[in-house]
Structures are given as structure tokens and as C-alpha cells.
Write a protein that binds this ligand. Structure first.
Ligand code: PDD
Length: 278
């Protein structure tokens, strides 16, 4: 499995980074996960734009131009022997000695790009829907940065696994934020509601696409603050991410959502999403 590290293409299991890498010591880095369908990166421009804004937010100059990023990704994609891929791209603030929180003056960022197989959600899961639990959001106040420091997300995501469900839905101060590793939408009286992008959530590339598809197909939708009560009373709840696409949540904690099966607005959106992917 050929991957890219700091200017070299080599088998992933041979790549090594220093234990003094700030990504390892501080979680001082940013990342992207980019789906690739039939060897075509999906929404690449949007992912690279978000990467730029994550880098800017942590004051780490981008080591490459957009065109060069695209070229590197293309090379990694071409080197795999499977067509549907999930590209993982990470940039850290590199190696520095001695360990010091303060950003070093000279930075040689560590850049890693590798491909994993991408398995889209099976039809049975789309038909049946998934379940979720809720939790209060224990993360920091810069969740708009796609940072590799993900300890709170790890704890929150594990809560879902321990509860035997698919995702943890996060609330802060009585408002819906997002999932531990996804964005959340609700449908209320036929209208799709999306929480407003802010420093408290990561604006997903899939989140943006869902709103774009709603607009394109004339589906009623609104970006607005959503209360916890609105979520609990919602007719439909969806979760979205690059790897999960769009899935219906049919139970939240111990309450059934709507009719307890994926709703009509979800089915329409899922259909538009699949069409757009082709
Ligand atoms: N996670 N919010 C959070 C906290 C996320 O971690 C993700 C994605 C999303 C959805 O973003 P997008 O639609 O761009 O995938 C929202 C990725 C897939 C991950 O960490 O693996």
C-alpha cells in the first residue's frame, strides 16, 4: 500500500516519524479525510479549501500549493489496487527539540498521505437506519479546525460504541452541535434544519453538499439554531460524513425518532446524494 511521507512515496508499513514530532507530542496538526469513488477524489477542491483554513487557523503555512496537493493525492490514488478509497491526509508542525509548547521559529512540517479502502454504507443499513446516544459536548471552543488533537472526540465516540449504537449526538448549552465524528440534521414538519456553522462545530464537506442538494432540488431547508427539545421531537434525524454519507438515526437514547424507520425526506435526500456521487 503506497503512501506519501515528506517527499517520498513508499509502502505505508515502512514509514516512520520521529517521537519528537509535535503531532505525536502535542496533537499539533490538522487533517482531512477525502473519499475517492472509482479513483475520482470527491469534492477535492472543497476538502483542500478546508485544509487551507485549518492550517491558517493554527498558523502553519501550507507546505504546498493546491495544485501540488492535488497531484500528490492523485499519485497515491493511482498507486492503489482498489478503486474506492478513503484518503487520509495529515500535516503536523514537525519535529522539534527540546519539547516546548511554544511554536518553533523554523518548521519543517510532517506531511502524510495514505489510502484506505472505502466501503460505502451497505443498503441494509440505509434501509434500517442507525441508533445514537446523546452527550454534552466536552470539546474545546475551536471545533471548526479539523485538528488531529481528538481526545474528546475519541471519548465521545467510544460512548456510542459502549452503548452499542452508531454515533454520539452532542449538545452544548441546550443546542444541537454535531456528532462525535459527523454532522447532524433534523427534519421537522417537512423542513430540513441544519445547525449554523460556528467555532463550535466542524462544517462538513458533506454538510455543505446536503444543503446544496436541498437547494438544487427545492427541498425546504433552513440553517438555524436547533434546541435539544427540537431534536427530541424531530420527525427525522440524519447524520452525515464523508465516509458515512447520509444515514437516518431511528432512535436517540431511549426514544424512537418519528416512525422508527428512515423517513421520506431522508429517502429523497439519500437518492439525490447517490445520484450526485455518480
Ligand atoms: N470526520 N464533524 C466531525 C467532528 C467530524 O469528525 C467529521 C468527519 C464531520 C463530517 O465532515 P465531512 O462531511 O467533511 O466528512 C463533522 C472524519 C470523516 C474523520 O474524522 O474520520
Amino acid at each position: 500500500r503506497t503512501a506519501y511521507l515528506n517527499g517520498q512515496f513508499a509502502p505505508l508499513d515502512t514509514l516512520q516519524v520521529s517521537v519528537m514530532d509535535r503531532g505525536f507530542l502535542f496533537g499539533d496538526g490538522v487533517y482531512e479525510v477525502i473519499p475517492v469513488y472509482s479513483r475520482q477524489p470527491f469534492r477535492l477542491t472543497e476538502h483542500l479549501k478546508r485544509l487551507e483554513s485549518s492550517l491558517a487557523a493554527i498558523s502553519l503555512p501550507s507546505p504546498y500549493t493546491q495544485a501540488h496537493w492535488a497531484e500528490l493525492i492523485k499519485t497515491v490514488v493511482a498507486a492503489q489496487d482498489f478503486d474506492d478509497q478513503s484518503i487520509y491526509l495529515q500535516i503536523t508542525r514537525g519535529v522539534s527539540w527540546p519539547r516546548n509548547h511554544v511554536m518553533p521559529a523554523e518548521v519543517m512540517p510532517t506531511v502524510l498521505i495514505y489510502a484506505d479502502t472505502l466501503i460505502p454504507p451497505p443498503a441494509a443499513l440505509i434501509e434500517a437506519g442507525v441508533t445514537a446516544v446523546s452527550a454534552s459536548d466536552i470539546r474545546w471552543l475551536r471545533c471548526n479546525i479539523k485538528a488531529t488533537s481528538l481526545l474528546a472526540n475519541v471519548l465521545l465516540r467510544q460512548m456510542a460504541v459502549d452503548a452499542g449504537v452508531a454515533e454520539t449526538v452532542l449538545f452544548r448549552d441546550g443546542l444541537l452541535i454535531e456528532g462525535a465524528s459527523s454532522n447532524i440534521f433534523v427534519v421537522s414538519q417537512g423542513e430540513i434544519l441544519a445547525p449554523p456553522p460556528s467555532h463550535l462545530m466542524l462544517t462538513g464537506i458533506t454538510y455543505d453538499l446536503i444543503l446544496e442538494l436541498a437547494r438544487q432540488h427545492g427541498m425546504p431547508h433552513r440553517v438555524c439554531e436547533i434546541t435539544e427539545q427540537q431534536v427530541r421531537d424531530a420527525d427525522e434525524i440524519w447524520l452525515t460524513s464523508s465516509s458515512k454519507e447520509v444515514q437516518a438515526v431511528i432512535r436517540l437514547d431511549d426514544r424512537v425518532v418519528g416512525q422508527g424507520k428512515p423517513g421520506p425526506v431522508f429517502r429523497e435526500m439519500h437518492c439525490h446524494y447517490q445520484q450526485f456521487k455518480r
